[in-house]
Design a binder for this molecule. Structure first.
Ligand SMILES: Nc1nc2c(ncn2[C@@H]2O[C@H](COP(=O)(O)OP(=O)(O)OP(=O)(O)O)[C@@H](O)[C@H]2O)c(=O)[nH]1
Ligand SMILES: [Mg+2]
Length: 232
């Protein structure tokens, strides 16, 4: 199974990927950052080389690198029956606005089953609006990649859990979202969507730093894997 770790910059993707890969192998798909991975994309594609070769700025070079990665097969570990954790770059636009992410996911799905994680930084969830905006990004990623993700709230060690639950508990959230206006409808739709994918009923709160919640995350990954990717 490939466990693809996606999320905004500095949410803790690499930290979580390293922890998860203790039970499998780690594939680094970030062409800008070297980590101690079993397979490192930088062996074949390095953003600084791409920048020079194509005379691009740093963001253009990262996009071009992702295009090259989507066309390259050398980094793909094809053996089944092991957890292959894929760490990705934090520039979400790769997945939100371009097709490279989808190409990569489609390619991997030819070799093994896929479980995707969308990593959220708990310290960014400071209001209902904030949380819903994060869910909207999560929903867009699901649409673009045509795969549902498990929403994983990381850095739980840095926040007051009670405060966080206020925003992510459906009953409490619906109480807050009382106004009958167009934004309420949008917010309600997002909450229903997340509930439909069952992620919402079981928000996964973890800390890559302390290890809290990691067992639940591993169980969820295996559960989804056994259900052949059916989250409903
Ligand atoms: N307190 C705390 N810090 C964390 C946790 N997870 C990650 N961090 C810290 O957050 C920072 C970013 O972590 P990374 O794992 O590099 O995040 P990332 O999402 O891979 O970042 P990019 O690849 O740059 O997008 C580092 O300083 C980590 O040590 C966590 O659960 N708790
Ligand atoms: Mg990283």
């Amino acid at each position: 199974m490939f466990v693809i770790v996606i999320g905004p910059a500095a949410a803790g993707k690499t930290s979580l990927a390293i922890k998860l890969a203790e039970n499998g192998i780690l594939i680094n798909l970030d062409p800008a950052t070297s980590i101690d991975a079993d397979i490192d994309i930088r062996k074949w594609i390095r953003v600084e080389d791409v920048q020079k070769k194509y005379s691009l700025g740093i963001n253009g070079a990262l996009l071009k690198s992702m295009e090259l990665i989507s066309e390259n097969n050398e980094w793909i570990k094809k053996d089944k029956n092991e957890i292959k954790v894929v760490d990705t770059p934090g520039q979400l636009e790769i997945f939100l606005y371009h097709d490279y992410g989808r190409k990569i996911v489609e390619k991997l799905s030819n070799y093994d089953s896929i479980v995707m994680l969308f990593i959220v930084d708990a310290t960014e969830i400071l209001s209902v609006e904030n949380y819903l905006a994060i869910l909207a990004q999560n929903a867009m990623i699901n649409l673009k990649l045509m795969n549902p993700c498990i929403t994983v709230i990381n850095k739980i060690d840095l926040v007051d859990r009670k405060n966080l639950i206020k925003y992510i508990d459906k009953m409490k959230l619906e109480k807050i979202l009382q106004k009958e206006d167009v934004l309420y409808s949008l917010a309600k739709g997002l909450v229903d969507y997340i509930e439909y994918t069952s992620i919402y009923q079981r928000p996964l709160l973890v800390s890559a730093k302390t290890g809290e919640g990691m067992d639940d995350l591993l169980s969820a990954i295996h559960e989804i894997h056994c259900a052949c990717g059916d989250l409903s």
